[in-house]
Design a protein around this ligand. Structure first.
Ligand SMILES: NC(=O)c1ccc[n+]([C@@H]2O[C@H](COP(=O)([O-])OP(=O)(O)OC[C@H]3O[C@@H](n4cnc5c(N)ncnc54)[C@H](OP(=O)(O)O)[C@@H]3O)[C@@H](O)[C@H]2O)c1
Length: 240
């Protein structure tokens, strides 16, 4: 039996890039994956691909900026499966490329609302399901996909850096709130990854690949119950 058989994993931003790689990996490990993003057609493609490899996937297309949609999604997972074992808060946007004093407030709001408020709303919706599961002896795991930009300055990416520094603070704090239920909350902080996120810089095999992040998420969610990894920092071996 695969390691995650019987578990339900929710992955945000799984229409492409890192999220799609994480969803494929968790499904290959036996989890039923519920994948979300706004682009329904791309989500369906990822789900079809997972199913054609023998995995189980379902899709939910909604905008993370819409709290009511998140609540409806969590209710549907609770109704359908009565559990959520893994939540990967992966969806994120960059708006990297100009100094903060030139950034319009609407772009600031999009970055902070997607990268920081989105994970908050997802945790608000899904932690109660995990807490309920912990009463039945199950352990939940929340993995927030942060960035090295959450540890370092990022010239011309101050809003993005602020969102990821914030996400790290949220991760460590919520971990303290949920550990009493046996729920682990971890962050993964990659450097440059080869996805459409970096489209302006072209593709490069010197960058981390989406599968590298998926491998770390797989490692985190299969730790022995007494072992909890707070954060993994990742860098490409070669300087891109
Ligand atoms: N690529 C890198 O170099 C890198 C490095 C470090 C950290 N990260 C982090 O890794 C995560 C994934 O990045 P990626 O490189 O895979 O980016 P990507 O290829 O641009 O994918 C981003 C995903 O987030 C979804 N998304 C964006 N805004 C959304 C919203 N408002 N509501 C719902 N879904 C939304 C997108 O789907 P829709 O557009 O269909 O909604 C897409 O599936 C992000 O949090 C990013 O900050 C990336």
């Amino acid at each position: 039996m695969a390691e995650l058989t019987g578990q339900v994993a929710v992955v945000t931003g799984a229409a492409r890039g890192i999220g799609a790689a994480i969803a494929r990996r968790l499904a290959a490990m036996g989890a039923t994956v519920a994948i979300t993003a706004r682009d329904e057609a791309r989500l369906n493609e990822v789900a079809r691909e997972i199913e054609s490899s023998g995995g189980k996937a379902e899709t939910a297309a909604f905008d993370l900026l819409d709290p009511a949609a998140i609540t409806r999604f969590a209710e549907s997972i609770q109704k359908r499966y009565g559990r959520c074992d893994i939540l990967v808060n992966n969806a994120g946007v960059g708006f990297i490329g100009s100094p903060l004093h030139q950034m319009p407030p609407k772009d600031w709001d999009t970055v902070l609302n997607t990268n920081l408020r989105g994970p908050y709303l997802m945790i608000r919706a899904f932690a109660p399901i995990m807490i309920e599961g912990s009463k039945q002896g199950r352990a939940g795991h929340i993995v927030n996909i942060s960035s090295l930009a959450g540890h370092n300055p990022l010239k011309n990416g101050a809003a993005y850096a602020a969102s990821k520094w914030g996400l790290n603070g949220l991760t460590y704090s919520v971990a303290e709130e949920l550990r009493e239920y046996g729920i682990r909350v971890s962050a993964v902080a990659p450097g440059s990854v080869n996805t459409g996120f970096n489209v302006a810089r072209g593709s490069s095999d010197k960058r981390l690949q989406p599968d590298d992040i998926a491998s770390v998420v797989a490692m985190l969610v299969t730790q022995a119950p007494q072992s909890f990894v707070s954060e993994v920092l990742m860098r490409p071996t070669m300087k891109p």
